[in-house]
Write a protein that binds this ligand. Structure first.
Ligand SMILES: N[C@@H](CCC(=O)N[C@@H](CS)C(=O)NCC(=O)O)C(=O)O
Length: 306
């Protein structure tokens, strides 16, 4: 057992982003497999309603969203002399996790031969909004293929000029941000390998990232993760709103947090503990597992007073 638990499922591309970071840092971690569709009965007590994948748990501290997770992993396990991400790499996620992700998901889901109705309906709503259907998506496949090809071209050219990794001679956040989409396109779109074969630098770099592995995952049962949350109290810093000038919420007030978008994501409610420049922390109590601190990124999330 380690003290870092990742709630995820193997097919999740966003989790692949985190798994390669765990590999870059050679970490040992506990792996709890969660369902691909709600309900997620052993995850909801921990997050209070956040249903996306992945979620990281350390005792009674719960980290939602891959970027919040990666930031915390880097904070807890820094490598001497090497920072995973410098300023603009966080901004790069707005491209890879935004338009590029949408292109990749359009191509993969829109050309999938067999998609269960339930899965397709859930993902359409989550990524494209309540009025979207599979037919709409299929019409966008060709256009997205072209867009994806252009973006792979940018990455290919970046790799010509960089030293082994996307931002230099050490692996970092930008590699994980791009790699998870290359992994997804290769594995989930029939013509993915053919498209990627047109980018030799990407293929060489992809192998280097793949070789870094995922660290050492140890299987954990979801019930054990719940017991761990119950046995622990949240470990949290100062109750503060560092952004009070721009966002007037007082620590202690009741808030709800949800991803900013039209995916119909549920709200997570609790008492605001802190807002730093990049993370918001909400305290909540669950009848089954007790007190929890749930962390979200500030960017891309709506925090509202209740
Ligand atoms: N912004 C989130 C996005 C997470 C996300 O959309 N993950 C997908 C899986 S790859 C998901 O949640 N799908 C629905 C589900 O697992 O219930 C993050 O970076 O973690």
């Amino acid at each position: 057992m380690s003290n870092l638990i990742l709630h995820h499922y193997p097919q999740s591309p966003v989790t692949e982003k985190v798994r390669v970071i765990l590999g870059m840092k050679s970490l040992t971690w506990d792996s709890v497999e969660i369902p691909r569709l709600p309900p997620k009965p052993d995850l909801m007590p921990l997050t209070g309603g956040y249903r996306r994948t992945p979620v990281m748990q350390i005792g009674a501290n719960i980290y939602c969203d891959s970027l919040c997770i990666i930031r915390e992993i880097d904070r807890r396990f820094p490598q001497p002399g090497h920072k995973l991400a410098h300023g603009l790499e966080w901004g790069m996620s707005k491209w890879t996790d935004g338009p590029m992700f949408v292109n990749a998901i359009t191509v993969a889901l829109g050309s999938a031969k067999e998609l269960s109705k339930e899965f397709a309906a859930d993902r359409m709503r989550l990524y494209f909004g309540p009025d979207y259907n599979l037919g709409d998506l299929q019409k966008k496949v060709q256009e997205s293929v072209v867009q994806l090809n252009v973006q792979f071209g940018w990455i290919e050219n970046q790799l010509v000029n960089s030293n082994l990794f996307l931002s230099g001679d050490q692996p970092g956040l930008s590699d994980a941000l791009v790699y998870h989409l290359v992994w997804f396109v290769r594995g989930r779109w029939g013509a993915g390998p053919e498209m990627l074969a047109g980018f030799p630098n990407i293929e060489k770099w992809e192998q280097t990232i793949r070789d870094l592995g995922h660290g050492t995952p140890l299987k954990m049962d979801s019930k054990q993760a719940l017991s761990i949350a119950k046995e622990n109290e949240p470990v949290i810093g100062e109750a503060i709103n560092q952004q009070i000038k721009w966002n007037a919420l007082e620590p202690g007030c009741r808030v709800s947090v949800t991803p900013d978008g039209n995916g119909g994501d549920p709200f997570v409610s609790g008492h605001l503990h802190s807002i730093t420049e990049d993370t918001v922390c909400v305290l909540r109590h669950d009848a089954m597992v007790g007190n929890l601190a749930v962390h979200f990124p500030v960017s891309g999330y709506r925090v509202c007073g209740q």
